[in-house]
Design a protein around this ligand. Structure first.
Ligand SMILES: Nc1ncnc2c1ncn2[C@@H]1O[C@H](COP(=O)(O)OP(=O)(O)O)[C@@H](O)[C@H]1O
Ligand SMILES: [Mg+2]
Length: 275
């Protein structure tokens, strides 16, 4: 395990050139992400977001530069499969759920070869409960909504309890409400399990929910926005709303209606009490 706030990911001069050299998908990317972060990557189509995520998950090799994840230098991995199984969970659109397996069986797949049948089953059931699908374990992917399928994919990504989860546009196919539900779930998992998430998104509303937004263009990191707390921005808005005034006047019940995680409610309380 990697302790919270320790360096989890470090890329140095990471470069990926495709073909005969005319496409620099990644151009000298230097990135450090600590364990426990919830970071998002934004940028136009073709800016290198997926290529970067693939590099972090050892799904692709750099042309030059290095990637270190949880102390492993990915260029000298002896056993890439074990690294992927133990260290990284993937929520990628290409990694769709297997259509002939039910939700529980899909979550068990990454544990094959790493845990016995009883343990796999118990862990899959536990994870499906965590993502709010206790009553959908026996459903096939075709019997689930898009949002539910993505929840199964998140549960599957967590199967081997990896310190890092990489998600490539996890809310891409969801309506905005299901998308925000999924981000809330990711927040909760980030809070409760300390799992580090790096997610690619096109949706500014999703990025605003993360603590760090990495903006890419032309294979480079263009800029980074550290969002101290997305909640503080929200608070500024609330202070001018009827709801905000009710919260400020101590009607904490109102907060519960906003569907915030426990940690968020606590930090709102703290902020309000300190202001
Ligand atoms: N397998 C590949 N072969 C050739 N070029 C590729 C390949 N994968 C990606 N690219 C190119 O690399 C650039 C970055 O792609 P990608 O990382 O998929 O961008 P994004 O995820 O930000 O849309 C694009 O110009 C894309 O066309
Ligand atoms: Mg992409």
């Amino acid at each position: 395990m990697v302790a919270r706030n320790e360096l989890l990911i470090e890329t140095v001069g990471l470069t990926r050139i495709y073909g005969d050299g005319n496409v620099k998908a990644l151009d000298n990317v230097n990135l450090r992400i600590s364990s426990g972060e919830l970071a998002s990557i934004m940028g136009p189509s073709g800016s290198g977001k997926s290529t970067l995520l693939n590099m972090l998950g050892a799904l692709d090799q750099p042309t030059s530069g290095s990637v270190i994840v949880a102390g492993h230098d990915l260029s000298s991995l002896k056993d890439v499969d074990t690294f992927r199984a133990r260290t990284v969970g993937f929520v990628f659109q290409l990694h769709n759920l297997l259509p002939t397996l039910n939700a529980r069986e899909n979550v068990e797949v990454p544990m094959m070869g790493h845990a016995g049948a009883a343990e796999r089953r118990a862990r899959a059931e536990e994870l499906l409960k965590i993502v709010g699908l206790a009553d959908r374990m026996d459903h096939l992917p075709s019997q689930l909504s898009g949002g539910q399928r993505q929840r199964v994919a998140v549960a599957r990504a967590l199967a081997n309890n990896p310190p890092l989860v990489l998600a490539d546009e996890p809310t891409g196919n969801l309506d905005s409400e299901s998308g925000l539900d999924l981000i809330r779930l990711i927040h909760e998992l980030n809070d409760s399990q300390g799992t580090t998430f790096v997610l690619v998104t096109h949706d500014p509303a999703v990025a605003r929910q993360t603590s760090r937004v990495i903006v890419m263009a032309d294979g480079r990191i263009l800029r980074e926005d550290i969002i101290g707390s997305p909640l503080q921005e929200d608070l500024k808005m609330w202070q001018h709303s009827g709801l905000g005034r009710r919260i400020l006047s101590g009607e904490m019940e109102e907060l519960k209606k906003l569907n915030l995680s426990k940690k968020q409610v606590e930090s709102v309380k703290e902020l309000l009490e300190s202001s």
